[in-house]
Design a protein around this ligand. Structure first.
Ligand SMILES: Cc1cc2nc3c(=O)[nH]c(=O)nc-3n(C[C@H](O)[C@H](O)[C@H](O)COP(=O)(O)OP(=O)(O)OC[C@H]3O[C@@H](n4cnc5c(N)ncnc54)[C@H](O)[C@@H]3O)c2cc1C
Length: 397
């Protein structure tokens, strides 16, 4: 069996893993970076929306081919198909070419000195007296053992690192998504991302139309809780109900899982850290995880490097990463999760009423988990009694 040795192993070349590998390599660590697929960023499990700040925090530039479409507005539709429009003065966004974005982030890590091993799947962590000491991995049917001072699991929602290091099995709440990339469209407003709510369209989640140009769009949805049909079935119905989409050519079918129960309880152990989806670090209300993932990955890489240098890779030392991430992103994720739980109590009629009393800023805050308590207090001042009751139940916790 082949044996390798390094300071830091990063498992997974998604956005979180690439930023972790880059940060640790920039601080002089010997980094081995594993990706199970033959191509970074492919297959794609993403609607590809990202804010300008998210692109910047990833160390990328908002220009083609990283981005396919600039977004100047977002429209949020209530079940009765009224909408609230958010314009680009409040918000600046892009739809990416995710395979290009992910590839460039991994190349940045390699340029910083990380050694990327493609087609290499980590199968489990290796442990000694409760501390993680490396990983076992396979490539072309051959097994290898890689020793490291710190293992960073950036291996997505199903993380083998999380499960074999004993940091958690599965998430208590996930959204199951289905998505078509539709071509041959004639969209009048390709600079608008659309979001649709309503239990008939998509129980417990939302549907989206994210254009990549006037002709091509990612059209998908994610279901939660009780649903009577498969996500693909709901998606087919959604597409058939929209005259702009129903005759589009299906050029890609994908989907995936987004954990929305919030950050896992412990993202570090002795010699091990988890980042991105592996640690449940998505914004639960939107299922967006690229921005939080790149920030988390960078912090994880920095803390891993400092801990290696100091010769202390205990969970206590590595928990600096949890504290730094938690200060801003952890709070946003917790608050956003509480908004999900609050909206779970809303009927379609309640959502229609809520849509009539919210402003652009309110929607941004509730969706992103920012200033949630202040936003709900303002909404209560102008909402009818039924909504006040539902919101105040949330405020009481
Ligand atoms: C349908 C859908 C739409 C979405 N839309 C958006 C959106 O518009 N905007 C947004 O911000 N977020 C979106 N998300 C969420 C976003 O895709 C994730 O939050 C983000 O990709 C997380 O990045 P990551 O690096 O943590 O994990 P991932 O991107 O999942 O990367 C993990 C990497 O690890 C690799 N890997 C896994 N296991 C192993 C192993 N054992 N060994 C080696 N390699 C391994 C995988 O191949 C993968 O490359 C969406 C998710 C879904 C499912």
């Amino acid at each position: 069996m082949r044996h390798l040795d390094c300071d830091v192993i990063v498992v997974g070349a998604g956005p979180a893993g690439s930023l972790a590998a880059r940060a640790a390599a920039e601080l002089g660590m010997e980094v081995i970076f594993l990706e199970e697929h033959l191509q970074v960023g492919y297959p794609i499990f993403c609607a590809e929306g990202l804010s300008l700040d998210g692109i910047k925090d990833a160390g990328a530039e908002p220009r083609p081919p990283i981005v396919s479409q600039e977004i100047t507005k977002a429209r949020v539709y209530s079940p009765d198909r009224n909408f609230v429009e958010l314009s680009s003065t409040d918000w600046k966004g892009f739809n990416l070419n995710r395979e290009v974005f992910d590839k460039i982030l991994s190349e940045n890590a390699v340029e910083s000195g990380a050694k990327l091993m493609m087609n290499t799947r980590a199968t489990n962590v290796t442990m000694d007296e409760g501390a993680v000491t490396g990983v076992k991995a396979t490539t072309n049917g051959k097994t290898m053992r890689i020793k490291a001072k710190v293992v960073i699991g950036a291996d997505g929602h199903a993380s083998i690192i999380r499960r074999t290091a004993g940091l958690g099995r599965w998430f208590s709440d996930v959204v199951t998504c289905a998505q078509f990339r539709l071509g041959g469209l004639s969209l009048d407003e390709p600079d608008v991302n659309e979001f649709y709510f309503g239990s008939k369209v998509v129980p417990g989640g939302y549907a989206w139309v994210f254009p990549k140009s006037g002709e091509v769009a990612n059209v998908g949805l994610g279901v939660r809780r009780i649903h009577k049909a498969s996500p693909l079935e709901y998606l087919k119905r959604f597409v058939a109900s929209d005259h702009r989409l129903k005759d589009g050519d299906i050029i890609l079918v994908n989907g995936g899982i987004t954990p929305v129960s919030g950050c896992i309880e412990r993202a570090v152990g002795d010699g091990v850290m988890l980042t991105g989806d592996a640690a449940g670090q998505l914004i639960p209300m939107t299922g967006a995880g690229i921005h939080s993932g790149v920030v988390s990955g960078r912090i994880a890489g920095e803390v891993a490097a400092k801990a290696c240098e100091e010769g202390d890779v205990s969970a206590t030392r590595l928990s600096e990463y949890e504290r730094r991430f938690d200060k801003y992103w952890g709070k946003r994720i917790r608050d956003s999760r509480r908004v999900v739980e609050m909206l779970d109590r809303f009927s379609d009629e309640d959502l229609n009423t809520l849509a009539r009393v919210v402003t652009n800023e309110d929607i941004l805050n509730l969706a992103n988990g920012t200033a949630v308590t202040r936003t709900l207090t303002k909404i209560m001042a102008r909402a009818p009694l039924g909504i006040i009751r539902l919101v105040s139940a949330y405020m009481r916790g």
